[in-house]
Write a protein that binds this ligand. Structure first.
Ligand code: PAZ
Length: 321
């Protein structure tokens, strides 16, 4: 069946997904960011990252969530920054974040010590950092501060599926001004199903009513209007996650046929940290972490970004011809 175009999706977004009150303000920030970097000849990538939360009640006690940690998006942001891109990081609240992701499993209080000597026994003693508890912290902090001082990273948060959908549309429109210099790297794990506000119970669902049966609608596919209407000149990468390897590549190719964007990064849940396939209409590149890579702490995202940066370069050149 044909995909609904922008007009239909715009209507659906407005009717069935609450518009976040700050969407216009964020859109202006993103447009200014893209304009500033685009004017300097810099490429800009919008990364989406993390899972989405789908409420079951409007005064939400319960919601459906998914596995995504946001690690792919956060580490990719670092490699894009290292490759000269400016990054808009549209991420789920409290999912992993560039640079701090490296310390996400560390208890902050285990990295700090009260300085011995005067005041150490009182509540006002000096606190010092135990650098050994934070591997490579000086190098990571230096890079984080360089990125921050140069204004190269614009973080934008979302919480719910509704916020994600509206902010992605705003981002697509904001980045359309820089044409082919814009890349969309859609790594977030977005729910395919939702309950429309009009069908959602207001109050907490009562277990005294017995077993729960819910019926959910399909979330509109944003790729279609993004590619055709909102940012038609941009370089667009979607991600495809499956658990069954036998259907992965077929589904990636079908997505390319349907949406006519530039590439799909295909991955399997259990092996996603060490193996992906970058599928384009003409090519298929397997990216694998070798034992040597693992020993040298190379991450799969470094290989993904190197592959996509080169493809984006060719795309920009073709658009100029
Ligand atoms: O967030 P994470 O690092 O735990 O996982 C990354 C991922 C599997 C969510 C991403 O690579 C991906 O495939 N995203 C798209 C998922 C999908 O909707 O098919």
């Amino acid at each position: 069946m044909a995909e609904p175009r922008a007009a239909t999706i715009d209507g659906k977004l407005a009717e069935e997904f609450a518009v976040p009150s700050h969407v216009d303000e964020v859109k202006e920030q993103m447009a200014a960011f893209a304009g500033r970097h685009g004017a300097k000849g810099r490429r800009v990538v919008l990364i989406t990252s993390g899972g989405t939360k789908v409420p079951l009640e409007s005064r939400t006690v319960r919601f459906l969530d998914n596995f995504s940690s946001g690690r792919r998006g956060a580490s990719s942001a670092e490699y894009f920054l290292d490759s000269g891109y400016a990054v808009i990081f549209l991420h789920r609240h409290r999912s992993l974040y560039p640079y701090t992701r490296l310390y996400s499993n560390i208890n902050l209080l285990d990295t700090l010590q009260l300085k011995s000597g005067e005041g150490a026994s009182s509540n006002s003693g000096q606190v010092v950092v135990n650098q050994q508890a934070l591997p490579n912290i000086a190098k990571v902090l230096k890079r984080y501060q360089e990125v921050k001082d140069a204004g190269l990273l614009l973080p934008i948060e979302f919480n719910t599926l509704s916020e994600y959908l509206h902010l992605l549309k705003a981002a697509a429109q904001a980045l359309s001004t820089i044409g082919s210099k814009a890349m969309f790297y859609l790594a977030a794990a977005v729910s395919d199903f939702y309950i429309p506000a009009s069908e959602m119970p207001e109050h907490k669902i009562q277990s005294s009513n017995g077993p729960l049966q819910i019926s959910m609608k399909m979330v509109p596919k944003m790729l279609s209007p993004l590619v055709k209407d909102w940012a038609p000149q941009a370089f667009v990468i979607s991600f495809k996650l499956e658990t069954d390897p036998s259907i992965l590549l077929d589904k990636a190719r079908r997505a390319l046929d349907t949406y006519r964007h530039q590439a799909v990064v295909a991955n399997i849940l259990d092996t996603r940290r060490g193996y992906v396939v970058v599928v384009t209409p003409e090519t298929q590149a397997e990216l694998i972490l070798t034992d040597e890579d693992v020993k040298n702490e190379v991450e799969i995202e470094e290989k993904i970004i190197s592959n996509l940066k080169a493809a984006h370069g060719q795309f920009i050149t073709q658009q100029l011809d």
